[in-house]
Design a protein around this ligand. Structure first.
Ligand code: HEM
Length: 381
């Protein structure tokens, strides 16, 4: 799947399997494969930043202007996280997923119970689009097509980052293409910004005094952060449970669900690489990193080192939740992501029978490797 989805990433991961915990790779920068070192980098905010060559903030400021950099570090970042926190708690995540997706899960369960086939990959994309629209305060009850399109636009925008492994600098043609996609993603934002209540992210942006241009940037960031990763984590967990035969253990003991979700995300690692800019000279594991260098944390290798998918595996202390990053930028949507995966598993198992994968197709040329299609039906008997 990695090979089909993202060949550059596949090649990087293959090469890095045989290197040490931290290595310097010509043209790429420092590559870290060890979970403990990766977390050390993520927690060292003085030396490693998101703005500047190698950090994701560098990509965003080229699209939305230098002001956007404040979301990727410093006091403004802390303020936005504090103000938004209430929307991302475990309880809020459960409410959000049920409100935006519950009705559609019931429909999927009905189709499966009637002997039908469901494309879990397509459903996960549409559901991720509905969730993120609801969170922002955009209409979340339109026909599926609207959310398939929103997801597709996010995927195209993220896809423009495929060529940035060696440098996060974008050429003018890529910036123009990216801006056109941003316009598509954010058409409803001025309305959501003007009317959104405190239960929506756009409403909170307005209350915080963030202007509309920055609110558009933040909305785009959320679409990118919250759709492709979430859908990939969901659909790959569904496939892993099936392929390893472990869904039977889960059916027999639903208390394993939390472990199944954690293992699915650990093994799939939908954010397989995290980039950082070296802001000040640093020493990591005896290696001297210079200000201006870039670091690639290969979370995929760091989390998979613990072994294959196993619903009985206990929490791995070295890995923690590295698939959600670490430090001040630890994924804000972690509870939402976990709830979505768990909700899909409960839908597929709602008939008390295992599901069977009828056909599958890997997604091609995407930032986050996933399935383009994963058709399942309930097994007989
Ligand atoms: C399985 C699904 C997901 C994975 C694996 C994932 C992974 C990550 C990672 C690794 C980061 C940190 C990036 C860095 O440090 O450079 C991150 C940040 C973030 N994620 Fe997620 N994410 C997922 C789902 C979501 C969802 C569903 C949402 C929103 C509903 C979301 C919202 C965010 C936001 C807003 C940030 C930025 C946080 C900050 O910079 O303070 N993510 N995510």
């Amino acid at each position: 799947m990695l090979w089909q989805g993202n060949r550059g990433l596949y090649a990087l991961l293959q090469a890095a399997r045989h290197t040490g915990p931290i290595t310097r790779v010509p043209r790429l920068g420092w590559v870290v494969t060890d979970p403990v070192l990766a977390r050390r980098v993520l927690n060292d905010h003085d030396r490693f930043g998101m703005n500047g060559e190698g950090g994701v903030g560098h990509l965003w400021t080229q699209l939305f202007g230098d002001e956007m950099a404040q979301f990727f570090g410093g006091a403004r970042h802390a303020e936005v996280r504090t103000r938004a926190r209430g929307l991302f708690t475990e309880d809020a995540a459960r409410d959000l997923v049920e409100r935006s997706q519950g009705r559609h899960h019931a429909e999927l369960a009905r189709r499966l119970a009637a002997g039908g086939t469901v494309d879990v990959a397509d459903a996960a994309r549409v559901l991720a689009g509905r969730m993120v629209a609801d969170l922002l305060g955009l209409p979340a009850d339109r026909p599926d097509r609207a959310y398939r399109d929103l997801f597709g636009a996010g995927e195209r925008l993220a896809g423009l980052a495929l060529g940035t492994t060696a440098s996060t600098g974008l050429d003018p043609a890529t910036i123009a293409r990216a801006r056109a996609i941003v316009d598509e993603i954010t058409t409803g934002v001025p309305r959501g910004y003007a009317d959104g209540g405190p239960g929506t992210l756009l409403g909170r942006c307005r209350a915080m005094g963030l202007g509309l241009p920055l609110a558009r940037g933040l909305a785009t960031l959320l679409v990118i952060a919250g759709t492709e990763t979430g859908a990939s984590g969901t659909v790959r967990t569904v496939a892993l449970l099936h392929d390893t035969g472990q869904q039977r253990a889960l059916l027999a003991d639903p208390s394993l669900r939390e472990g199944a979700v954690r293992e699915g995300l650990r093994v799939a690692a939908p954010a397989p690489v995290i980039g950082r800019h070296v802001a000040r000279d640093a020493v990591v594991d005896g290696r001297r990193l210079r200000a201006g260098d870039r670091v690639l944390l290969l979370t995929y290798l760091a989390t998979n080192g613990a072994g294959p998918f196993d619903v009985h595996r206990a929490y791995v202390p070295e890995t923690r939740q590295l698939w959600f990053g670490g430090g001040r930028h630890l994924c804000l949507g972690a509870a939402v992501a976990r709830t979505q995966v768990a909700r899909m598993l409960s839908t597929l198992h709602s008939g008390g029978r295992p599901y069977r994968i009828v056909s599958r197709r890997a997604a091609r040329r995407v930032l986050v490797p996933s399935y383009a299609e994963l058709r399942v039906t309930l097994a007989r008997g």
